[in-house]
Every structure is written in C-alpha cells, then in structure tokens.
Design a protein around this ligand. Structure first.
Ligand code: NIG
Length: 384
C-alpha cells in the first residue's frame, strides 16, 4: 500500500541533504510512503494508491516524545494547586500516585494509558517512550511495564524512582531489590533502565548500581538528573554512557562540558519547569557548547501533566532561548537520538513514514501560536 502526502507548502525532513538548512526544508513537496516507510521525497505531483492533499500546509516528522510516565492512575491537581500557591516540588507525590496505580486493575490502566496516548497522538507524537516507576514492587513494576509494552517499543524500567513506604529508612535494601528480583521480572518487558538521581531519591552510588545491573541484563541506560538542583546526575550519565540524561535544569559549567564531549543527549523537559515553577534550563548554552539536545513532555500526574510537544517547543523558544528550528529539531530528531533511533524523527527515504500535517503554513507557528491545536492529521506511528 502506498500513500502520497502531496501539495506540501513547507516540508521539514530533518535531512540537510534533501533541502535547506539543518531542517532540510523543501517547498512544494510530496512524500511517498510505501508500507509505512518513506519511499521518496520530491516535488508535488507524485502518484500513489492513496493521496492526502495538504493544500499548501506544513508537514514535519512526527514528534518523538522520549520521556513519559504514562501508566498511572489518579491525578494530583491539588498538589499542583498548592505548588502554584508557593509550595516547592520535592517528588514526594510519587508515592501518592504509586498508591493509586497499585489499586487500579489492568483494564483500568490500559484504558487510561490508551487515552493519554490518543491525546499525545492528536498532538502530533508518533513515537512515545513510557517508563514504569509507580509500582515500586516486583509484581507492580512488571505489570505496569507489560501494559506499556502493549502500546510502544520504547519501555523503560524505573523501579528506582523513589524508595516506597515499605522500605522507608532502608534505601540500600530497596536498591538490592531493584537490582535483583525486580530487574529480573521487568527486563523482559523493557528496552531501557532509568533512575532518579536526586536528593530525596537515589544518590550517585545507588544509581550507578541500578544502571550497571540493568546494563548487565541487556538494557540501555537513561538517567533523571539535575532536576531540583545541581548534583552528580549529568556526570554519572556521561560516565556510564547513558543514551540520555533528562531534566538538566540545573547545570554547572563542568556538566555542560561533559555533555558536549559525550554521546549522552541532554533531554530538557520544560513543561516540568513550568509546572513546578522552577527556572528554565539554559538550553542555549548547552546547544552552543555542542551537545545534542532533545525536548520531551515528561507527561506524568505530578510534575508535568501534558502530552503536548508543541507546548514544550513554545517554552523552549520563549524561555530556553532556542530558535524555533532548533526546538522543532530537538522535539523530533533530538528525541530520536535520545532513544538511539535513526528510523524516526526524520522524513527521508528509508525512514519510518511518521508525519504530521499542520493547520499552518510553517513549523514556526508551533511557537508563534502557543496553546492552539495546530495538528490537522497524523500519519503512522508508535510501532517500528
Ligand atoms: O520526571 N522526577 C521524577 N519523576 C517525575 C515526576 C513524577 C511525579 O512527581 O509523579 C519527573 O518529574
């Protein structure tokens, strides 16, 4: 089956060999997708079995949202409200969501996850990573990952999210559980392992132990770091060769240098900084230093309850001083790099045919028209 997306006014390919600038922009273009794979990119007027006429609209690769916690029950609107009244975010609400999620049935969690993914897709996300981390015991973590794996290939085991009540005061015993029986039960359902390296969560040695155990079990490595203050997260992620270190809100010069000299992607989650009233990270500085950057939603009920990558793009442009082109690239190709994928985040022959048609003449409208649902149509997505 072949499909042509035709009469595209402005096409973002993210392939500089196909068009202008780093985004590889082509005007008056068409994209032919055969059996889900991009077959060709060329001038308007190509023929295929099916045709979408965009009437001069902008088309770009589907967003690659490389950081979400979508499998959860309950909400924490009240916590958000108190935060907006001045109470700081400290991650303590993770245990509230853990209680609600443990109490939900498989069917309930599947329905909730499917609804959030439908929302993400309607907002243009075609690749979505999903972490566990609201189970915090062996059976629950494995259950949440099984549910996540029913929707996406990009699943992440995050038993090391916080220490659960049952292990209060015994964090090292909990780390042993995570590295032993929990990892054994979860690894078959996960591609990645992650840990929350932060005061109040896990220290560098504990995170190192978790990630090394995950590596030995065949998982790829990612890390939450430098969210609430400076700390060892970024340096640890670079030392261990993590695919990505996420948050990066508080960075020292040494952290920026370490990122710039590494293959570890700096993944910014600006909707989190918005929702926790934190300062925004200095994305400009990290990009200028030469690091690879990604933008992701971090959709979760506590620190960032949004699936909108367009919102993240608008924040990155307004408050992290990325250009619109840089922000769009970070939300597509950057996310793909954070997931070590070269088949998504671009529209080039051989890549996945995951595309978004905007109700707008250019990708600049994603930041220029914040809060406006500009996604007209989404093609392909989620599975390889
Ligand atoms: O990435 N930082 C840790 N985990 C999530 C927050 C989860 C929550 O508050 O429920 C985050 O912000």
């Amino acid at each position: 089956m072949s499909l042509v997306i035709d009469d595209i006014g402005l096409l973002v390919t993210n392939d500089p060999t196909l068009g202008d600038g780093p985004l590889g922009i082509v005007h008056n273009a068409s994209v032919v997708i055969t059996d889900g794979i991009v077959e060709s990119v060329g001038p308007s007027g190509k023929v295929a079995d099916e045709r979408i006429d965009t009437a001069g609209a902008c088309v770009l690769p589907g967003f690659v949202d490389s950081h979400t916690h979508l499998v959860f029950a309950g909400d924490r609107a009240e916590e958000f409200t108190t935060r907006m009244a001045g109470r700081p975010y400290d991650g303590g609400g993770i245990r509230v969501t853990t209680a609600a999620t443990r109490a939900a049935s498989d069917d309930e969690l599947r329905t909730l996850t499917a609804a959030r993914l439908a929302e993400a897709r309607a907002a243009g996300s075609t690749t979505v990573e999903i972490k566990s981390g609201y189970g915090l015991d062996v059976d629950e973590e494995a259950r949440h990952l099984r549910i996540a794996a029913g929707f996406t290939d990009e699943t992440t085991f995050m038993g090391a999210h916080v220490v659960p009540h049952e292990y209060e005061g015994r964090p090292d015993d909990y780390v042993d559980l995570v590295c032993g029986p929990m990892l054994a039960a979860c690894a078959p359902h996960a591609r990645w392992i992650d840990a929350f390296c932060e005061t109040g969560a896990f220290d560098a040695d504990q995170c190192r132990a978790v990630l090394e155990a995950g590596r030995a079990a065949g998982l790829g490595l990612r890390l939450h770091g430098n969210q609430l203050g400076t700390g060892p997260g970024v340096q640890l992620a670079v030392e261990l060769g993590c695919a990505s270190v996420d948050h990066c809100t508080h960075l020292t010069d040494a952290d920026v240098d370490a990122l710039a000299g590494s293959d570890t992607v700096a993944t910014f989650l600006p909707a989190t900084d918005f929702s926790t009233r934190q300062p925004y990270p200095d994305g400009r500085r990290v990009l200028d230093a030469g690091a690879t950057v990604a933008l992701a939603s971090n959709c979760n009920p506590g620190s960032s309850y949004t699936t909108s990558m367009a919102f993240c793009i608008a924040l990155a442009v307004r408050d992290m001083h990325l250009t619109i082109d840089e922000a769009v690239r970070a939300a597509t190709l950057g996310g793909a790099a954070a997931l070590r994928r070269d088949d998504v985040g671009r529209l080039t022959p051989g890549s996945a045919g995951h595309a978004v048609v905007l109700d707008a003449p250019s990708h600049h409208h994603l930041a220029y028209r914040p809060g406006v649902p500009l996604v007209r149509e989404v093609i392909g997505g989620y599975r390889r």
